[in-house]
Design a protein around this ligand. Structure first.
Ligand SMILES: [Ca+2]
Ligand SMILES: [Ca+2]
Ligand SMILES: [Ca+2]
Length: 319
């Protein structure tokens, strides 16, 4: 045993002296960031990871660690060419992520993993390129130019501000079938062409502001969630708060289809103001929910009678 231990030590020292590969030394946990087939792929550790991701050139993105977090063993790396999608999985731990100021050619897929995480996406254009690469993009179930942001388990904060998603627009006939599928669909999403922002399990706060996302599904999952959408344009927008007593605020949204669905618990609170929609549906699967709001304009709309207290104000223009 002693001889073996000594040998290991000698080899280790020799590696250092010869400038040998770092692989011979025990590596401290580090976020990894690589280019894979044009995709930027970032993988965290099971511990706390805090990173900032931003575009620094036409197809160059910088991934920086914050505090003790290292990326590929150093403070910051610039990677290119990013010609496809950006895929991030920060795994367990209470992670922090900021993605800001950039244009992603393909999709953006973010998994925050277990733990109480903070994710912020701001000043981004997603999609527009014709290239979509990577198997995990396909398994996340989205098509060209879409966004997937999942908090996963834990009490997560998801903040999305000034984000535009380009890409495919569904035909009018598809919109109806998508809404139908969403009505009956699972929490994980109803459409292959939808962007998805999901708090998943835990007490989540989801804030989405100043957005243009053609087809967007927002889900709170289990736990007492607070979901706020402000000032956005969508072709269709579906909010599903999930189980437990949730709060949903929807303000200043312009959309063809608007659907808000609160889950099976009691006393969910929904507020809808300043929204314009061709079709709006509000459903309470629980008891004693409250819905209120003012100055909405819906051509065709319904409020589920399970909403115990309804002071939703709607102006329906004559055809
Ligand atoms: Ca982590
Ligand atoms: Ca989480
Ligand atoms: Ca919930």
């Amino acid at each position: 045993m002693k001889t073996s231990h000594l040998f290991t030590k000698v080899v280790g020292v020799a590696s250092i002296l010869c400038g040998g590969s770092a692989a011979a030394l025990p590596a401290s946990p580090s976020v990894t960031a690589v280019i894979s087939g044009g995709d930027l792929v970032i993988t965290g550790t099971e511990g706390v990871d805090r990173i900032v991701v931003t575009q620094t050139g036409p197809d160059t993105w910088r991934v920086s660690g914050v505090g003790k977090t290292k990326v590929n063993g150093v403070a910051s790396v610039d990677l290119d060419p990013v010609t496809g999608s950006i895929r991030i999985d920060l795994l367990g731990g209470n992670d922090g992520l900021l993605i800001h100021d950039g244009t992603v050619p393909g999709g953006l897929c973010v998994r925050m993993g277990d733990g109480n995480d903070n994710a912020a996406l701001t000043n981004l254009i997603i999609g527009g390129g014709s290239v979509l690469q990577g198997d995990s993009i396909a398994t996340e179930g989205f098509s060209s130019g879409n966004l997937v942001l999942k908090g996963d388990a834990g009490n997560d904060t998801l903040y999305v501000n000034n984000v535009q998603v380009l890409g495919i627009q569904p035909e009018a006939t598809q919109v109806a079938s998508v809404m139908d599928a969403t009505t009956q669909g699972s929490e994980s999403g109803g459409s292959s062409c939808a962007s998805l922002i999901a708090g998943c399990d835990g007490k989540d706060q989801i804030i989405i502001q100043n957005f243009n996302i053609p087809n967007l599904e927002v889900t709170g999952g289990a736990g007492k969630d607070a979901i706020s959408l402000q000032f956005g344009v969508s072709q269709w927008l579906c909010v599903k708060a999930g189980d437990d007593t949730d709060k949903v605020n929807v303000n200043g949204i312009f959309t063809n289809m608007l659907k808000v669905d609160v889950g099976s618990s009691a006393k969910d609170v929904v507020s809808v103001s300043g929204c314009v929609a061709n079709c709006a549906r509000f459903k309470d699967c629980g008891t004693k929910g409250t819905i209120d709001g003012a100055v909405n304009q819906f051509n065709n709309w319904s409020v589920d009678e399970a909403f115990y207290h309804n002071t939703l104000s709607v102006y329906s223009p004559q055809p």
